[in-house]
Write a protein that binds this ligand. Structure first.
Ligand code: PRP
Ligand code: URA
Length: 209
């Protein structure tokens, strides 16, 4: 069974509470999603392997740590996942970006895939799938299916708000994919929205509706 990590860091919790407020407008919502994504990326990358390298400081030669091993790819699920990319890129500027376009049919709540474009060497990269919302889990499961079909082997899922049923469904479909979230909420309502959640993340990020 994959691991679920719920970040209890005070800064992450504080910022998440701000964006839950329905009075928060697009500009502030977008800025804070970006900040939360950076803070989460710091923790998600804690287990990246390092190796020793020689470095010559102005004072002496020494051997210190640098990142080793797998390179990273960030894969947002469009649209809302785009809001998390820049925040992660600030910490991992060399990461490649893939895109998976997916929307949830408003009636059936089933995800519909409309776009997939990934780095060619996706099979050799650790993949961070990002989407602020994990509701039924359908979109994340389909996105991870699409990645595995194209060779991705090491995948982590990073979300800001998750419903317990979404976590359960992703863990059942992809037991090898660890999930990182800032908020594990109560349930879904009849329209498939996370309760209490923060509403429609894509609409709040991009000012649509
Ligand atoms: C939202 C959200 C997830 C999905 C979660 O996207 O960003 O991708 O719903 O729901 P699920 O877990 O039940 O699949 P939406 O379909 O609203 O598209 P958008 O990002 O373009 O707004
Ligand atoms: N997608 C969202 O943007 N919000 C939800 O609460 C559920 C799915």
């Amino acid at each position: 069974m994959s691991k679920l990590t719920v970040f209890d860091h005070p800064l992450i919790q504080h910022k998440l509470t701000i964006i839950r407020d329905k009075r928060v407008g697009t500009k502030e919502f977008r800025e804070i999603v970006d900040e939360i994504a950076s803070l989460m990326a710091y923790e998600v990358t804690r287990d990246l392997p390092t190796m020793d390298v020689e470095v010559e400081t102005p004072v002496a030669k020494t051997t210190k740590k640098t990142l080793a091993g797998k390179k990273l790819a960030i894969v947002p699920i469009l649209r809302a996942g785009l809001g998390m990319v820049d925040g992660i890129m600030k910490l991992i500027p060399a990461a490649r970006i893939g895109h998976i376009g997916m929307y949830r049919d408003e009636k059936s709540l089933e995800p519909v895939e409309y776009f997939v474009k990934l780095p060619e060497d996706i099979d050799q990269r650790e993949v961070l799938v990002v989407d602020p919302m994990l509701a039924t889990g359908g979109s994340a499961i389909m996105a991870i299916d699409a990645l595995k079909k194209r060779g991705a082997k090491t995948i982590k899922l990073i979300t800001i708000v998750s419903a317990p049923i979404g976590v359960e469904n992703v863990q059942a479909a992809h037991p090898d994919v660890d999930i990182f979230t800032a908020g594990l909420d109560d349930e879904l309502n009849e329209e498939g929205y996370i309760v209490p959640g923060l509403g429609d993340a894509g609409d709040r990020l991009f000012g649509t509706r």
